[in-house]
Design a protein around this ligand. Structure first.
Ligand SMILES: Cc1cc2nc3c(=O)[nH]c(=O)nc-3n(C[C@H](O)[C@H](O)[C@H](O)COP(=O)(O)O)c2cc1C
Length: 212
């Protein structure tokens, strides 16, 4: 087994390090973040950093890269009363979703360039992705700067839209049925299988450990 230390990682060539470290968390969710500038220009970008931060109230986090260079997503969120949307990437559109990460000029919308449809729903100012089977409307509540220059954006969930077949009777989401995508590293997109489910774990239900 290969052993890598912090010193080894720091000494790697930049792209090698980027590839390696981006894979360390394992599979990540694939989301398209939809925003709109005050002049009406829409923006769409793939993000793999969405995390659950709490259910009551419903709070999700998103990590944005250092804002030392202009970030349309971040700026639009700040300029539009904190509103943005998260839209799960349908696996059949993983390629177009990936290309939203290209550096398009201000006046070009990734919705148009990458072939997604902007949908405006229930008076929310940020655009949803019509092709997504799950979309969430969020409002920025807090920003936490991280020591390395990235920023954790903490948003409260204001709206959720789910295709009926993806919502089970117990409230769990059937992400496989919805064709939602998982990401590995910076350019790997995975189709997912139906899960094995075990329910809420109680001590009395834990089987005796099996030794190989
Ligand atoms: C697979 C993948 C995952 C990404 N995840 C993030 C992320 O979590 N946070 C982030 O700031 N950028 C992420 N990016 C980069 C953005 O998609 C990219 O910087 C995009 O151009 C941002 O656009 P903007 O300037 O319109 O905000 C990711 C890119 C790829 C390809």
């Amino acid at each position: 087994m290969r052993h890598l230390t912090a010193t080894d990682i720091a000494a790697f060539e930049r792209i090698y390090r980027l590839n390696l470290v981006n894979g360390l968390p394992g599979y990540k969710p694939a989301n398209l973040v939809g925003t709109r500038a005050p002049d009406g220009q829409t923006n769409l970008a793939v993000f793999s950093s969405a995390i659950h931060l709490g259910s009551d109230p419903a709070v999700l986090g998103l990590v944005t890269r250092p804002t030392t260079v202009p970030r349309h997503t971040y700026q639009n969120i700040k300029d539009s009363d904190g509103c943005y949307t998260l839209n799960h990437v349908p696996f059949n559109l993983a390629g177009p979703a990936h290309y939203t990460s290209a550096n398009f000029p201000d006046e070009e919308s990734e919705f148009d360039r990458c072939g997604f449809t902007a949908a405006f729903r229930d008076d929310f100012p940020a655009p949803y992705v019509a092709e997504s089977a799950i979309s969430i409307g969020l409002r920025l509540r807090e920003e936490h700067p991280i020591f390395n220059g990235t920023v954790l954006l903490v948003g409260t969930v204001e709206h959720v839209y789910i295709a009926e077949k993806g919502l089970r009777d117990d409230g769990t989401l059937d992400l496989a049925a919805l064709n939602t995508t998982a990401i590995s590293g910076l350019d790997g997109y995975h189709e997912v299988l139906a899960p094995l489910r075990f329910g809420y774990a109680r001590p009395g239900q834990v089987p005796a450990a099996v030794k190989n």
